[in-house]
Design a protein around this ligand. Sequence first.
Ligand code: ADP
Ligand code: ADP
Length: 226
Amino acid sequence: ETYIRIRGVHKTYPDGTAALEPINLDVQHGEVLVLLGPSGCGKSTLLRIMAGLEKSSGGSINVNGVEINHLLPEKRDIGLVFQQYALFPTMTVAQNIAFGMKLRKKSKQEIAVKVQEMLELMNLQELKDRRPSQLSGGQQQRVAVARALATEPKILLMDEPLTALDAKLKEYLRIELAQLFRKLNITTIYVTHDQVEAMAIADRIAVMDKGVVRQIGTPKEVYHQP
Ligand code: ADP
Ligand code: ADP
């Protein structure tokens, strides 16, 4: 069942850089779609347009029947995780996770329950009173995922979430994320330039190059063609 329907979304930056040719893409409910391609091919631009952090030059993004391309970021019901964890340095792990719910004026009780749930989900209980500077990169990224999921977004957008980690942590968190996706069933668009990562995590891979989706299919379809 199609959940996100992208039609003719394109982008030319004010300096004339054509970052995206008109993109058509359907994302199924609950699937993890990986945008895979070399640096500069337009992956982040497409993700930022979806998040409302960048304006498209035209086209339509429909989520579950609702056109979102003109909506402010905070109205889009989207969870975001970036390469740089972007946690609030003065807040504890628990406070970081609670932040989005506070913004949305959730009750203290509701926030406390959800923070606990997220700490358990991401295996962060022991770390809940630490500040980001007292965490490893992988731990910080787990907090970033917990924070993104705490507001129960309809869609999760992840931009190179493992890229800043060293090889060992990268592999560890990759396995953890793959398990998480299977458990949560949240519709996810995941950007990476790393083929191994894409194969491990994707339900389907959209291979991008120079602002165009060249190919789309399951990891098997994309990489084991006869
Ligand atoms: P990727 O995420 O695949 O590395 P990007 O979406 O970041 O690719 O970039 C796509 C193209 O758009 C690149 O040529 C990049 O230099 C250009 N670009 C990205 N952001 C801007 C910007 N703010 N202004 C001008 N050009 C940009
Ligand atoms: P990414 O590949 O994830 O976009 P980059 O390091 O390429 O990361 O870009 C970091 C930031 O710089 C992004 O916010 C992007 O918009 C901006 N940027 C990238 N390329 C250009 C460019 N050619 N001109 C202006 N800004 C750019």
